[in-house]
Ligand binder design. Structure first.
Ligand code: ATP
Length: 456
């Protein structure tokens, strides 16, 4: 969480953004939440291909954080936690946005956005940008972003719980459990993927800013005095990771938090910005959280959360370097990063150039005709590829070119065409999404060839 300072989010006016949103709906990536009831603002549902895409992204992150390292382990803590957790973390008293209402048109603003919009429009500070009325804006009042609810049947102060606004606190309260059960020595980290909820005043830009979203957070516990070195290392590691999911690196940028932006727990913070179609915005935050959280949990819980460092022969509260990226924001970044249009055989096509690791469908099998012997063979071919990830079978007939276009639009790296010749020579054609080149290979070798191509 960064302190709320003016960061203007203009609605998704760009044509490219509209194209992405409509493709997502049309092709089963993301649907508006509660759509048949008119929709619920800032709530989105992931369709069949969206689930695959986001799962692949989460898996890539989790693997890089845990399987590919010896010093980080995973955790999945509960969304609901004791209220004291949020008192200790400072969220109950401080996770606020300043809210301004217009008494005339009922428009609602986050104060920092309001100021920026007014400056942009060249209007006075007492004028509502929506209706133009003078003196109708209320004084800002602090609005806590946590969703509050009651735990159990009795709704009183003693039963208050919050939907977590970040996953990090679940890691801190389990620091000792993990350290002891896994016999971890500092430095080590805990990685977690899970839902977070923020009652954002202003929501905009599709899945960029939602009220229910998913975070991928890692807290790295280090000895006091080594946090700056680890902070630098984690900045490098996280930057490099984006290459592995095929993002255009020239669309990334560092942004250092100024003193007015730093969250209450952070001594230093750098964001990785991505160039979304609506502007350069935060995608990931890397924070030096010092010993703030663990010290406060020790204070509020009365438990000793110190760690005994047997190499230094001393006890201390570890310092923490956090890396935090939104799974939905990253999904949006990768959707817009992949979106491309080109011309093939004189015809315009939309092609999602997803990295093969994150593409929702890995291979599509297309029989040239719906006739019996061909369909049987094509189904056999599809079954032989099921271990590669999600495969699709499309015998809807129609020109093969049109079926290729449909797969291009969802970013399927390879199409396999089964034709009448295949019945004779036991060979099929592989067509490459990006180059559109085709090659003929033996059916017996197809699973190995595609497995190698998908890894490359
Ligand atoms: P912002 O300034 O955009 O509100 P933040 O600095 O408060 O973000 P953090 O608390 O650092 O965000 O959260 C870590 C990551 O979680 C962000 O970089 C972002 O990817 C994601 N995230 C935060 N809030 C939302 C949201 N409302 N919807 C989707 N993702 C979010």
């Amino acid at each position: 969480m960064s302190k709320r300072v003016a960061k203007m989010e203009t609605p998704m006016e760009s044509a490219r953004m509209q194209d992405i949103v409509s493709l997502c709906k049309r092709r089963g990536f993301v649907f508006p939440g509660s759509e048949i009831y008119g929709g619920l603002q800032a709530a989105w549902d992931y369709g069949p291909l969206g689930v695959e895409l986001r799962n692949n992204i989460k898996q890539a992150w989790f693997n890089a954080m845990t399987h590919e390292r010896d010093d980080i382990v995973g955790l999945d803590s509960a969304i609901l936690m004791a209220r004291t957790v949020w008192q200790a973390s400072g969220h109950e008293s401080g996770f606020n946005d300043p809210l301004v209402d217009c008494k005339n048109c009922k428009e609602r603003y986050r104060e920092d956005y309001l100021t920026e919009i007014q400056e942009k429009m060249g209007i006075a500070a007492d004028v509502c940008p929506n209706c133009g009325a003078h003196g109708t804006l209320t004084e800002p009042r602090q609005f806590n972003l946590m969703f509050k609810m009651n735990f159990g049947p009795v709704a009183d102060d003693s039963s208050i719980v919050y939907l977590r606004p970040e996953t990090a606190q679940g890691i801190y309260v389990n620091f000792q459990n993990v350290q002891q059960s896994m016999r971890k020595r500092i430095p080590f980290g805990i990685a977690q993927i899970g839902k977070a909820f923020r009652n954002e005043i202003v929501t905009a830009n599709f899945i960029f800013r939602m009220r229910e979203f998913e975070q991928m957070e890692m807290q790295f516990f280090v000895a006091p005095g080594t946090e700056d070195e680890w902070f630098g290392r984690w900045r490098e590691i996280r930057w490099e990771w984006y290459k592995s999911v095929g993002i255009h690196m020239d669309r990334l940028e560092w942004h250092q938090h100024g003193p007015d932006e730093l969250a209450h727990y952070a001594s230093e913070a750098w964001d990785i910005y991505y160039e979304f179609p609506f502007g350069k915005k935060e995608m990931e935050g890397i924070h030096n959280r010092t010993d703030y959280d663990l010290s406060n949990h020790a204070k509020f819980s009365g438990k000793d959360l110190t760690y005994f460092d047997d190499q230094k022969n001393e006890r201390y509260i570890p310092y923490v370097v956090e890396t935090s990226v939104g799974a939905d924001r990253l999904t949006l970044a990768l959707l817009s990063d992949a979106y491309d249009e080109d011309v093939v055989d004189g015809e315009k096509r939309v092609v999602m150039r997803f990295h093969k690791r994150i593409a929702p469908v890995k291979v599509a099998v297309l029989p040239l005709s719906k006739k019996e012997p061909l369909v049987d063979l094509a189904k056999q071919v599809k079954r032989s590829l099921s271990h590669l990830g999600l495969t699709q079978y499309d015998d809807t007939g129609g020109a093969i070119g049109r079926r290729y276009r449909r797969q291009d639009e969802i970013g399927t790296p390879f199409c396999v065409t089964v034709d009448f010749q295949s019945l004779e020579d036991q060979q099929v054609t592989i067509r490459d999404r990006d180059t559109t080149e085709q090659r003929r290979v033996a059916i017996a070798e197809l699973p190995d060839i595609l497995a190698a191509d998908l890894r490359s």
